[in-house]
Design a protein around this ligand. Sequence first.
Ligand code: ZN
Length: 297
Amino acid sequence: MDRLIHGIAADATVRVMAAITTDAVREAVRRHQTSPTVSAALGRVMTGTLLLGASLKEYDRLTVRIEAKGAVEGIVAETISGGRVRGYVKNPVAELPPKENGKFDVSGIVGEGMFYVTRESGFDLGLYREPYVGSVPIQTGEIAEDFAFYLAKSEQIPSAVLLGVLLQPEDPFVTCAGGVMIQMLPTSNENIAVMIEDTIRHAPQLTTAIKEGAMPEDLLKMTLGIIDYEILGETDVKFECNCSFDRAVQLISSLGKTEVASMLEQDKGAVMTCGFCNEVYQLDENDLRKMLETEKV
Ligand code: ZN
């Protein structure tokens, strides 16, 4: 069961978050039919985005966008409160042979590029507040290091980020996925950072632990060792998109009367595919006629 937790550790001088994201990543991979290496990349970005947005309030939205010069071209993940996440890539079939250590060459398909984080609030209520946008150049393209570099450079938060997606040739293709994020607050002690680094160095591999049934709390323990922590919030995680047939109708209406009339005459309908979740919405002649009659366009 996918779940996201967040809390504090070491007398509230460290922020911690951990998640199991297996089902959400599986759903993204199923919807976008991604190649193995792209699945690993998208799963890592979705998991990192969930961790970064672990304490989002209702009406908050956090988006991570990677503009890549490598074959994947772009990766986007967006999360809102309640552990809801969605994501897509520009080129789902980008692929490279595995690296010498047998791992997916995620950095190879990402290449150079930019890493953007956008934090918005109240957008769906019609409240417009200037969004906060931070950006850094891609460091390694292995994703976890890029999240850590972003936090350090753009938000001045030293952090440790572990993201893992384990894939196998059989079905289900995504065996497991999850991650941990540790953020050092300005009040934190250097010794704590050293202890955490040391614990992480000696911890078992993240995906091995998840495969063996580790819960988000276990991932925190693997990272924090003997350091005390307290959970402040938890939520289920799911792949969820806010697109709908009504939104598809609205979007097509917005193209204008002439365009809708031409779709009706020439194409006898319209097809809309949601970029975020790959859901296809088919509007038939009646739907388009209704649009023109009700002067919704
Ligand atoms: Zn959608």
